[in-house]
Design a binder for this molecule. Sequence first.
Ligand code: ATP
Length: 305
Amino acid sequence: MDEEPAIELSALTKTYGAVVGVERLSLTVSSGEVFGFLGPNGAGKTTTLRCLVGLLRPTGGSVKVLGLDPITDHGRVAPHLGYLPGELRFYPELTGAQTLDLLSALQGAPAPARGDLCARLGLTDEVLARPVSGYSRGMKQKLGLVQAMQHDPKLLVLDEPTEGLDPLVQETFYALLLDMAAAGRTVLLSSHVLPEVQRTCGRVAIVREGRLVTVESVAGLREARARRIRLAFADGLGSRPLGAAERWAPRWHGNRVELLVPPSEVVGALRGLLGPAVVDVTVEEAGLDEAFLDLYRTGGREEEP
Ligand SMILES: Nc1ncnc2c1ncn2[C@@H]1O[C@H](COP(=O)(O)OP(=O)(O)OP(=O)(O)O)[C@@H](O)[C@H]1O
């Protein structure tokens, strides 16, 4: 219900010499959304995030964050922007507490949430007093999360946030995200962990080869994607041709077969498949993982019959 979108990308393009990072990517994220950003390796996620937080200058198009240009208006954006990079680099000789102080100064904002975040993530005063060089990977990641959220930013940009966190700490992180969402903050979450996105995000963008493939609600994505049909045959013949259903790449396990079929074609598929030898049939919604994997692979192009 806020004034302007938290994020507005308009035909964003970033090239590295001849290599395309992202190409003409347009995307709007409203204030208060928890938004997932997904795509296979090299799709352009980190490039986009780095343009968003003002670390990279776009080659073309425009970026607006909280209504401002993250490069030219950096001083006005920084106090309201939290960023967890995918590859964390800290000054090894500084302690955790000194690191948080330094980053707080760079954010140009007080850190009212720091104490609570450290307590919830188990970064004790004793740990924070030690140089970061002696931190484990998970401890560094926790420190990264605290610095990203310590100033209670309006917009939180997270690049693979649960990398290196054990399952218990991941749960704490999800709870923190829910709190952010409940407080009306905006979160952009880049992730390969699909259940994580399913759990935390309302909408997702999928990018592939530097281009936007789709933007959809998590619920809608699941709804629109495949159904899994499983059939069991009575005879001992094993795999056999399935006629028109062959186009759904049936996977055989002995006398059982499994197909992923678009929802609108399930009834037609069953008509063609059911015969006297079929002794069992189940139809279920394919998991969100499969919905995403399909988009990863095909870029969202439905195969038409
Ligand atoms: N500094 C750079 N110099 C040259 N090419 C780069 C640079 N950074 C990224 N690229 C290229 O831009 C493309 C997008 O990379 P990017 O890191 O944004 O993808 P990603 O979606 O974050 O990938 P991953 O999931 O593997 O982290 C890739 O082809 C990559 O090789």
